[in-house]
Design a protein around this ligand. Structure first.
Ligand SMILES: C[S@@+](CC[C@H](N)C(=O)[O-])C[C@H]1O[C@@H](n2cnc3c(N)ncnc32)[C@H](O)[C@@H]1O
Length: 245
């Protein structure tokens, strides 16, 4: 089943989404980390930490971070969970290049590996990982259902999935105020800083179209996950979805 976000694309609404997403993240890769932390005022670090704390309770030994980008979540997992081994997969070579530099700087190259590939057709065997994480990735998939089913395939039986994604605040007043920032201020800063005027406009539009809360739990359920749940972050700006194989 197609969701509305699959139709929201950064550049050309009549062309395929995947190649546009790859191009967009290659374009902004040099500024991605800085903009991420500035535009969220550093709050994104807390969201990632909360996800890692939830995952740590499942005591994983091998983790896959899908749509790893510049590797923030993969690195945090390796730094937070003793002896864990992390593979990060991403379709953008530009984002992975920045990620590899960060991993080398932290001397984590033996425990965190960055792999170029597509989340909808992953280069991994069935039942390979104890846990899978995705931060701000699934909204960008060309085919969400295919991507989630791939995650289910490579997850070990009883393995856990943790997805951090924007979810639109539930409180109407807070949502109104937040959306002024998200729709006007953030794309303006993104435009002058990242040199890609479309990227941060796409961010707002894709979040509005993406299924949140119970709607996303239904999609997880349809992709084969069980015990699905979500935890609201920062009044619903984001949510952490979790499920099991
Ligand atoms: C907003 S960034 C998130 C990066 C990182 N997880 C983080 O938390 O900062 C989204 C990432 O998803 C990647 N992506 C989108 N579609 C993908 C796909 N089909 N396969 C692999 N990666 C994909 C993009 O290249 C980009 O690096």
């Amino acid at each position: 089943m197609e969701n509305k976000a699959e139709k929201v694309k950064p550049y050309d609404q009549n062309a395929g989404k995947k190649s546009q997403i790859e191009k967009m993240f290659d374009n902004i890769s040099g500024k991605y980390d800085l903009l991420n932390h500035v535009l969220t005022m550093g709050i994104d670090k807390g969201w990632r930490k909360n996800l890692i704390n939830m995952m740590a309770k499942t005591k994983p030994e091998i983790i896959l971070d899908v749509a790893t980008g510049t590797g923030d979540l993969a690195i945090l997992a390796a730094e937070s969970i003793a002896d864990v081994y992390v593979k990060g997969l991403d379709i953008s070579k530009g984002m992975l290049k920045v990620g590899k530099e960060k991993i080398n700087k932290r001397n984590l190259q033996d425990r965190v590996k960055m792999i170029h590939g597509d989340s909808e057709n992953m280069p991994f065997d069935d039942n390979s990982f104890d846990a899978i994480t995705v931060a701000f990735g699934v909204r960008n998939f060309e085919n969400l259902e295919k991507g989630l089913k791939e995650m289910n395939r490579v997850l070990k039986p009883e393995g856990s999935l943790f997805i951090l994604e924007f979810s639109r605040p539930k409180n109407a007043l807070f949502r109104y105020g937040f959306n002024i920032y998200f729709k006007y201020v953030l794309p303006f800063i993104g435009k002058v800083t990242s040199k890609d005027p479309k990227a941060y406009k796409y961010l707002f539009e894709s979040v509005q179209a993406f299924p949140a809360y119970e709607d996303f739990l239904n999609i997880l359920n349809n992709a084969g996950f069980i015990s699905n749940n979500y935890k609201i972050q920062s009044l619903g700006i984001c949510s952490i979805y979790s499920g099991k194989k």
